[in-house]
Design a protein around this ligand. Structure first.
Ligand SMILES: NC(=O)c1ccc[n+]([C@@H]2O[C@H](COP(=O)([O-])OP(=O)(O)OC[C@H]3O[C@@H](n4cnc5c(N)ncnc54)[C@H](OP(=O)(O)O)[C@@H]3O)[C@@H](O)[C@H]2O)c1
Length: 289
């Protein structure tokens, strides 16, 4: 019997990409969901698809997590529904490509609000009940980019460095409380992320080791349920990201500046969605056979 069956999960950024696949993964394992995103039609569509496909209850909450009121509003809406959240997934995030002085202050601040502040606020709200019940799990989505400075993505890398440092510290404070924290550090996932932050033409998605978000979500679920502190999905990514941490930060910065450079469109080998679609097809073949 699945002992995690009745743990209700709140996932931010669940309308697309890694968050959507995490929702699917939790639903497949019988968890009821509260899913959060900013754009209503997509979120409502995901909620009805997941509940129809997996027979779990899915409550959508539309919220702009850049607002400092969002976490309180979400908490109040969850409480008013009589739900209690045992698993919190702070996943919503975005990046912005460009030199620091080319990006507006408003865009940088809204990224900081979404990538850092929203997770801190939601955790402040949902953690106390987990601690009183001595039962709970938190999954924070960071990235391997958080280990290194990233020219052309300077503020994005810094926001994820915050998520990593905060997560590692909190995971230690939580030892022996019955609550665990896992920080997820993917390298590249085939989501809408690169289209949104104008990186489709850069070396990162064109030449990098892009993973399907379905695989990332499956390994993240397993790591969270085992109470692991950190997951870098993919054996090669894990080894490379570990060895790169031994380099001086100035060298890491120079290397990353190159990977965010644009490439020749004629040499492109991937379109957004290719890796995700190929994995979906493979999974369908495996399920049918
Ligand atoms: N893709 C990668 O290569 C990669 C690698 C490492 C880490 N990550 C991290 O993974 C996380 C998910 O990214 P993804 O690649 O899955 O991107 P994605 O496909 O663009 O999904 C982002 C999700 O966040 C939600 N979101 C964005 N702004 C929001 C706001 N203001 N309020 C509420 N929700 C908001 C989006 O919903 P709306 O459309 O409604 O705004 C969407 O559901 C991010 O934290 C990202 O930094 C991504």
């Amino acid at each position: 019997m699945n002992t995690h069956l009745k743990e209700t999960v709140l996932i931010t950024g669940a309308s697309s990409g890694i968050g959507y696949e995490l929702g699917r993964e939790f639903a497949q394992h019988g968890h009821d969901l509260v899913i959060v995103a900013a754009i209503q039609p997509e979120l409502l569509d995901v909620a009805s698809r997941l509940s129809a496909e997996y027979g779990v209850s899915v409550k959508p909450i539309v919220a702009d997590l850049r607002s400092e009121l969002a976490a309180d509003d979400i908490y109040a809406e969850v409480a008013a529904s009589g739900l209690s959240v045992q698993i919190l997934v702070n996943n919503a995030g975005l990046g912005r490509r460009g030199r620091f002085w080319e990006i507006s202050l408003e865009d940088d601040i809204s990224m900081i609000r979404l990538n850092i502040e929203a997770g801190v606020r939601l955790t402040k709200r949902f953690l106390p009940a987990m601690l009183s019940n001595r039962r709970g799990r938190i999954l924070n989505t960071a990235t391997v980019a958080g280990f290194e400075p990233g020219p052309m993505q300077a503020v994005y890398h810094a926001t994820k460095a915050f998520v990593l440092s905060w997560s590692e510290s909190l995971a230690t404070e939580l030892e022996n409380t019955g609550v665990t924290l896992t920080v997820l550090c993917p390298e590249l996932a085939d989501t809408e992320f690169f289209e949104k932050d104008d990186r489709v033409d850069t070396r990162v998605p064109q030449e990098g080791d892009v993973m399907a978000q379905q695989e990332i979500a499956a390994t993240a679920y397993a790591a969270l349920m085992k109470g692991e502190r950190m997951l870098v999905p993919g054996a090669l990514t894990n080894a490379l990201s570990f060895s790169r941490r031994l380099m001086p930060e100035s060298l890491q910065a120079k290397m990353n500046e190159k990977v965010y450079a644009e490439t020749d469109p004629a040499a492109h080998k991937r379109e957004p969605g290719d890796v995700r679609a190929a994995t979906e097809e493979h999974l369908e073949i495996v399920v049918k056979s």
